[in-house]
Write a protein that binds this ligand. Sequence first.
Ligand SMILES: Cc1cc2nc3c(=O)[nH]c(=O)nc-3n(C[C@H](O)[C@H](O)[C@H](O)COP(=O)(O)O)c2cc1C
Length: 184
Amino acid sequence: MKILVISSSPNKEGLTAACAAAAVAGLVQSGGVVEEVYLNNLKVGMCKACDNGWGTCQEEHECQELDDFQALHAQVRQADGLVLVTPVYWGEMSESAKAFTDRLRRCEATRDVGSALQGKPVLAVAAAGGSGGGMISCLGSMERWIQHMHARLFDLIPVNRWSREYKLETIRAAGKAMGEGRRE
Ligand SMILES: Cc1cc2nc3c(=O)[nH]c(=O)nc-3n(C[C@H](O)[C@H](O)[C@H](O)COP(=O)(O)O)c2cc1C
C-alpha cells in the first residue's frame, strides 16, 4: 500500500504536524510506503471557477489553472489511499486544504467512474488546537468531500489540545490499520 499523507498547517511543530506524524508512524509500522506532502510548502491556489463556472475540470477532469496542483493530482491518482490532516480554522478546513480539496473534487467528482480515489480509503483528521470547537463541522465537510470523491471513508478523527495524547495513539493505530488494508 502506498498512502499519501497530506497536512495543511503552516506550523511544522504544532498539533496538526503531530497528528500527521502519528499517521505516518502507524503506516510505517504496517510496512506500507508513505508519501508526505505539506500543502503550505506548495503553490496550490484557489479554484478560479473558470469560464462560466466550469473549466476543463468538468469534461477533461484536469484543472486548467497551472501551479503545483497538477503534480499533486498525479500523486493522488498513484496512491492507494489518503490521510488528510487539517487544523480547524473557524470550524472548517484550513485555506490550503480547502483550495486543494475544492480543485480535486471538481476534477474527480465529475467522473462517472474511475475517480482518482474511487474506493480507496481516506482518513480525515481535524486538529482543533485553540478552543477545541469546530471539529465536527470541519469533519462534516471532509466527510462530504470523501463521498463526492467516490472514496471509501476509513475514519474521521477529531483532536483537540485535551485529547491530544490518546488521539495521537488512535491516529497511529488508524494509520497502521489502513496500511494493513483492513476492510472490516
Ligand atoms: C484563523 C484561525 C481560526 C481558528 N479556528 C479555530 C477553531 O475554530 N477551533 C479551534 O479549536 N482552533 C482554531 N484555531 C486554532 C487552530 O486549530 C490551530 O490549532 C492553530 O492554528 C495551531 O496550528 P497547529 O494545529 O498546526 O499547531 C484557529 C486558528 C486560526 C489561525
